[in-house]
Design a protein around this ligand. Structure first.
Ligand code: NAP
Length: 258
């Protein structure tokens, strides 16, 4: 992995943090991008303490100028870019469609979809300059296998669109030796609850009884960020050299139940 450089968005917590730390442990120099200065500095410090190389990059993924500056900074620091993990996202507001306000819809689309677009729009030229690379987009079981999460219409729409983007771009970018794949996590223990607002669940919940707990492989317990990070690092690595345009569900089977 000598001299490989990866950018991870939303790397201040959860799946992004675990992916940044695992990539660094596998020899990647890592750009730790997020909009919470304290958190990204902590992730970068944890990597440095373990002997890895990291740079904290403060940016809102939905703001073009901030993203351009962040990508300039990682290339200035490490010389080039080989891999991108487009992970940052929010659950946003989950509510009945007639109660979901336009500004709430816009915020979920702004972060999850426009943020993903901007991340790719601004990093792909760097991957081309490197002669190729690997992109992993963090989608969800929601919008890909699962449509019963109460009120999650805006979230589900953005997560489905991310997989569509991955499939579309896998063809467009193949000629540049750039692979692009998605991971679709089920319930994972992270801080995402802090970015979730659920209203009027009774009006949108589907009244089903799950057969044997919600996550079959663990007997019901949610997954860990590291469970997703392992698959992300596999997709980034040369071990996945023939894999592109592919969603991988990392959900312990949860998405098949729901
Ligand atoms: P998390 O712990 O909240 O991590 C998300 C990170 O993204 C946070 O550090 C957050 O910062 C950052 N972020 C949010 N909006 C941002 C923005 N506009 N610009 C820059 N950074 C931003 O949640 P997570 O569960 O690890 O989520 C990571 C990804 O996994 C998301 O795309 C999510 O949809 C997906 N996912 C999660 C689960 C799950 O069960 N946890 C399941 C399926 C898919 P702040 O906290 O400071 O806002």
């Amino acid at each position: 992995m000598a001299n490989r450089v990866a950018l991870v968005t939303g790397a201040g917590s959860g799946i992004g943090r675990a992916s940044a730390i695992l990539l660094a442990s596998r020899g990647y120099s890592v750009g730790v991008l997020g909009h919470n200065q304290e958190e990204i500095i902590a992730t970068a410090a944890a990597i440095a303490e373990s002997g890895g190389a990291a740079i904290a990059l403060a940016a809102d993924i939905a703001l073009e100028n901030q993203m351009r500056e962040a990508v300039r900074a990682i290339v200035r620091q490490f010389g080039h870019l080989d891999a991108v993990v487009a992970n940052a996202g929010i659950n946003g507001v989950w509510a009945p469609i007639d109660d979901l306000k336009p500004h709430e819809w816009d915020q979920t689309v702004r972060v999850n979809l426009t943020g993903t677009y901007l991340t790719l729009h601004i990093t792909v030229p760097e991957l081309k300059r490197s002669g190729g690379g690997s992109i992993v987009v963090v989608s969800s079981i929601n919008g890909t296998r699962t449509f019963t999460t109460p009120g999650a219409t805006a979230y589900t729409a953005t997560k489905a669109a991310q997989v569509a983007i991955v499939q579309q771009l896998s063809l467009e970018l193949a000629r540049h030796h750039i692979r692009i794949n998605a991971v679709c996590p089920g319930e994972i223990e992270t801080n995402i609850e802090a970015n979730t607002a659920l209203r009027d669940e009774a009006e949108t919940a589907i009244p089903v009884i799950w057969p044997e707990g919600q996550v079959p492989i663990t007997g019901g317990a949610p997954g860990k960020s590291e469970d997703v990070a392992e698959v992300i690092v596999f997709l980034v690595s040369d071990a996945a050299r023939h894999v592109t345009g592919t969603p991988i569900w990392v959900d312990g089977g949860q998405g098949l139940l729901r």
